[in-house]
Write a protein of this length. Structure first.
Lengths: 409, 269
């Protein structure tokens, strides 16, 4: 949405100029927000209104403004953004504008340009020739790039809450604590995911190793099989635990089905080695080495798997991106079209994804640690819910609801 | 006694086309125009009006339409800023004339089009102003600043009724005659909210410029060709003076366009 601010003065109430202007805005499929209005007290007093008019395209807005001018609307000239050149590769000018994850526009040459992508904690680089603006990270900036400095000419448009149907995210936007009931919310979340699935939305799951260790992997598998997972984001350890569980029945030596564990860390390393030997997870599935578990289900159901590494990782499993800058790029790219995200039992990975996901995406964070939930949820204050709970019963309930079945294992 | 400004039609003729009525192919007949104007002059003079005559100027054929000279309120004269360059030459002559008669001349900013009494008529306690074809709505705000009165801006939507005085004529009792479809919906609603006792003029009679009437207390001087309107006005106690105006209607004007009040009101409030 692009916008201009107009002012109307005069006897705009008695002459019905104000309602006429507002009606014209709406009939041109544009929107308005009255920033300020002063109604004259006495009969001869003039009134004043300042109105922000927003339309889908610059052309549509220009045409509308031209019409509104006929009725006395005066356009408030907004200042252009201020720019400064990057002095060196990887270094922003001082006082660079720091982005939020909300839709942002910069004004340049009298036009509004949308900053793409909407990405938090970045700077904005402006390309005069192309008339485009993009959010850039440190590693993206080159010496001489023109970067927006200060706040002048920058406009941020917060995401509007859904008004088309009363969904879970519209009313809750909050955290459900450990001692509060969750089944109704899980049911509503299930309905939301069904709607998303039907509307060809993209559902991403960010999975922590606790899913495997608590034995909840089987429930995640049911969601994958039913088509409710389009992309899986996880660390090397999640994949390794899942593979170990599939191959040896343990995760980091522990068997969730037995009270006493056997084998210790050995199984973990043997599992990683088996995947490395096969040439990767997909290859292991093809070679029938890997025949069960979350990774197996994802390969079989064409779920996009995005694995990134950490310092303490063993392996890594082939296909894991271990360069952190590269990992950020890949994750951003894979999150660009995601509409729903489930952040499940992983603090660091959830925080990373929550900071990269677009402002319109709806987020659910599930973790046993309330602080982790709070930190992930605050990135999307209008579109997220948090559940403080063990991930296992959560996934079980959700999978039961969405697949209408009990566990097969 | 009301004072009026008229301009003899010595140089009147249809020399350009700036409204849908004008056609150089169908020019005005000079002798007949002269006769029709003299009759208007005589009628108004007989209605206890003091008629001032500005000296007509060659090359300014529309100067005869003095309603577009400007707007006079008390001793203030607000000259027009014509939209069409064909008429801008009239501005200095009218301003100088009014200045010589000791009126305080208050120009509007040059960039605001305003065509005088043609688009600004007092009715009740408001000044009704038309906009879009000739005057800009921005000029209305400037008028409100100068005059300190309520200004009702109404959009004109029918190019045949390009000035407010071609489709709206306030009466001394607070009512008005008007041709509603010359205005957009909001303009119609604004007028209905501020004027009681509106008299609708039919489309056939409106095209005879029936709304373009000069009202001097209970006397109404209007073009002939509106028998229904005349009957309505007579029923309301007005005396109607119907005049032939064919040669001026060819240029898109009639009785009111040929007349400017000096002043239209003693005070804006």
């Amino acid at each position: 949405m692009v916008s201009e601010t107009i002012e109307l003065r005069g006897h705009i109430i008695d002459s019905l100029i104000l309602p006429k202007v507002l009606d014209q805005i709406l009939t041109h499929r544009a929107n308005f927000k009255i920033d300020e209005i002063k109604i004259g007290e006495r009969r001869a007093d003039q009134s004043f209104a300042r109105i922000e008019v927003s339309a889908e395209t610059n052309e549509g807005l220009d045409e509308l403004i031209l019409r509104l001018r006929q009725h006395g609307a005066e356009v408030i000239e907004r200042a252009n953004v201020q720019l400064a050149s990057a002095r060196a590769d990887g270094v922003f000018p001082r006082d660079f504008y720091v982005t939020t994850n909300q839709q942002t526009f910069v004004r340049f040459g009298g036009k509004e340009i949308e900053v793409r992508p909407a990405m938090i904690n970045s700077a904005i680089a402006l390309d005069r020739k192309k008339g485009s603006a993009r959010a850039v990270k440190f590693f993206d900036v080159n010496k001489g790039d023109e970067i927006v400095v200060g706040h002048q000419g920058v406009r941020v448009v917060p995401v509007q809450r859904s008004t088309t149907h009363t969904d879970l995210f519209q009313f809750i936007n909050t955290i459900v604590d450990a001692d509060e009931p969750k089944s109704a919310i899980i049911r509503e979340l299930g309905q939301e995911l069904r709607r998303a699935h039907k509307a060809k939305g993209k559902i991403a799951v960010v999975a922590g190793p606790a899913i495997v260790r608590t034995g909840a992997g089987q429930h995640l598998v049911r969601l994958v099989e039913a088509g409710y997972v389009d992309r899986l984001f996880a660390g090397n350890s999640f994949a390794a635990y899942d593979v170990e569980r599939a191959l040896y029945g343990t995760s980091l030596g522990m068997n969730p089905d037995l009270a006493v564990a056997r084998g210790g860390h050995e199984n973990h390393l043997r599992a990683i080695n088996a995947i490395r030997e096969a040439g990767g997870i997909s290859a292991a599935v093809r070679q029938k080495i890997l025949t069960r578990g979350v990774m197996y289900a994802c390969v079989r159901h064409d779920v996009d798997i995005v694995l990134t590494g950490a310092i303490r990782d063993e392996g890594p499993i082939p296909g894991v991106t271990t360069d952190v800058i590269e990992a950020q790029k890949v994750m951003r790219q894979k999150l660009a079209d995601v509409t729903h995200v489930m952040l499940l039992a992983t603090v660091q990975h959830s925080m990373a994804v929550a900071s990269m996901v677009g402002p319109a995406a709806k987020t659910v964070c599930v973790d046993i640690d309330s602080t982790a939930v709070e930190r992930a949820v605050e990135h999307q204050p209008l579109q997220s819910i948090g559940l403080v709970t063990d991930v296992e019963p959560f996934l079980e309930d959700l999978a039961d609801y969405l697949t209408d079945s009990r566990v097969r294992e | 006694m009301r004072e009026l400004l008229l301009c003899p039609p010595n140089y009147y003729g249809i020399e350009y086309e700036i409204n849908p009525w004008m056609s150089r192919a169908r020019g005005a007949e000079a002798a007949l125009a002269q006769k029709q104007w003299e009759r208007l002059h005589a009628t108004l003079s007989n209605l206890r009006c003091e008629v001032h005559l500005i000296t007509p100027q060659p090359g300014l054929p529309d100067m005869v339409f003095t309603a577009n000279a400007g707007l006079t309120v008390g001793r203030k004269f607000i000259p027009s800023n014509f939209r069409h360059k064909e008429r801008t030459g009239e501005q200095p002559f009218f301003a100088k004339w009014m200045e010589q008669l000791d009126y305080e001349v208050r120009w509007l900013p040059e960039n605001l089009y305003f065509e005088g009494e043609g688009d600004a008529l007092f009715g009740g306690d408001a000044l009704f102003c038309g906009y879009k074809f000739r005057s800009d709505i921005q000029s209305h705000r400037a008028l409100a600043d100068i005059l300190g009165c309520l200004v009702i801006s109404v959009e004109l939507v029918d190019p045949r009724f390009y000035h407010l005085d071609t489709c709206f004529c306030p009466l001394p009792d607070g009512a008005a005659l008007w041709f509603p479809s010359a205005f957009d919906d909001y303009g119609q609603r604004a007028i209905r909210e501020h004027v009681t006792g509106l008299i609708d003029v039919s489309p056939e009679e409106a095209t005879h410029f029936s709304c373009n009437a000069v009202v001097i207390e209970s006397d109404i001087v209007l073009p002939e060709g509106a028998p229904k309107l005349v009957r309505t006005l007579q029923d309301r106690g007005y005396r109607c003076h119907e005049l032939p105006m064919s040669e001026f209607i060819k240029a898109g004007g009639a009785c009111k366009c040929l007349t400017m009040f000096m002043p239209q009101r003693e005070s804006a409030l």
